[in-house]
Design a protein around this ligand. Sequence first.
Ligand SMILES: *[C@@H]1O[C@H](CO)[C@@H](O)[C@H](O)[C@H]1NC(C)=O
Ligand SMILES: *[C@@H]1O[C@H](CO)[C@@H](O)[C@H](O)[C@H]1NC(C)=O
Ligand SMILES: *[C@@H]1O[C@H](CO)[C@@H](O)[C@H](O)[C@H]1NC(C)=O
Length: 408
Amino acid sequence: MDPSSIAYVICLVSLITICITAKAQRNVFNVLSYGAAGNGLTDDSLAFMKAWKDTCSAAAGTPTLIIPKGKIFLVHQITFTGPCKSNKINVKLSGTIIAPNGPDQWKAADLSTWLAFQGVNGLTIDGLGMIDGRGKGWWDRSCKFHRGQQGCITLAPTVLKFENCNNIHMSNIKFHNSPQTHVLILGCQNVDFGFLTIQAPGTSPNTDGIHIQVARNVSIHNSQFADGDDCISIGDRTSDISITDISCGPGHGVSIGSLGRGGADVQVNNINVRRVNFRGTTNGVRIKTWQGGRGIVRNVSFSSINFQAVANPIIIDQFYCDIPNSCRKSNTAVHISGVRFSQLFGTSKTKVGINLNCSSNIPCTGITLEDIHLASATSDSQLISSCNNAFGLNRGIIDPKSCLRKII
Ligand SMILES: *[C@@H]1O[C@H](CO)[C@@H](O)[C@H](O)[C@H]1NC(C)=O
Ligand SMILES: *[C@@H]1O[C@H](CO)[C@@H](O)[C@H](O)[C@H]1NC(C)=O
Ligand SMILES: *[C@@H]1O[C@H](CO)[C@@H](O)[C@H](O)[C@H]1NC(C)=O
């Protein structure tokens, strides 16, 4: 080889090295490199937006957005929009993100959402970080506490929304004090959320843990919920939803619904809720539908559940109405079909341990009660079960004694 070709090879090798180095650098995007202060006071929104833009347009490996540990980032409303160039995106949230402090600090015109991922596929969020919604200022002005008062708040931001995102994973993240719902899954498929902590006071209004709507194949597992509304609520157009190994309390329980409001045509299929501990919640496992709805809730299983001093441990309410005196009677209802309650144990704060309150026009069918033992949380008195238009079968020992009617 003559010296010029050796030089050529060396040159080529170093070029490749430069390219590889540049490529390797170009898939990690730290918000600090984009000017974020991370002092909890400066508005870091712009730095987040710029870092996201580069993360989402990177192609190499798994582009990663870094929100580093030991820092507090104040950001205003942000939508992290996809689709991204890579079908794998990682958000490494190790620090803390805080919201504007209450309605007076809120700048955006839209009050519905604080942080959102929209149309992002293959997203993984992890990193042991925390998202703090600083909801107190919103709760203090809630219409729930100031009914009819001018300027009271009915709509406050959801902390984190995933909209039209597929293949998303989130683990080891803490959520605190959302102004309203903590996490919303809307229009997504293949969702795996685990090892989350969601925490707000039991008295905070409408602070649901996770709400799922228009979604398929969602798993929520190994997580702790304490809030002022449903720990998890499953809305319309949902199927293949699995909720396992969670704790709930304070809160309003795990709910399917409310469904069928305003005559809506409901489709909810294949819901599996298993290994849940409820402590001091207003409800345990619940299905709630409005009169006048249509459609069906089918193939639901609630199993291996423990209740500690829960007001309504097992409840189907087809007469749900949270606007007193404004709900009219109707001949139609959402059909509830194929619901299994199995291995449910613990204590009830009210006398009615099992309450299956179904519509006379569209009864609940295919209900199975299997191995249930509930006792009073407050006295030695015997609990009862109450059924209206509930059909199905019993297996094992049911205590309080089952009131189901035989299959029609
Ligand atoms: C359901 O989602 C998980 C990811 O959470 C994925 O691994 C699995 O393949 C999906 N199943 C179906 C049937 O799409
Ligand atoms: C009922 O739902 C479970 C998941 O909870 C699913 O595995 C099963 O296949 C469903 N059954 C039918 C008949 O769809
Ligand atoms: C069943 O629903 C009706 C209509 O809302 C209500 O009046 C009744 O008290 C409910 N029954 C039970 C046992 O909760």
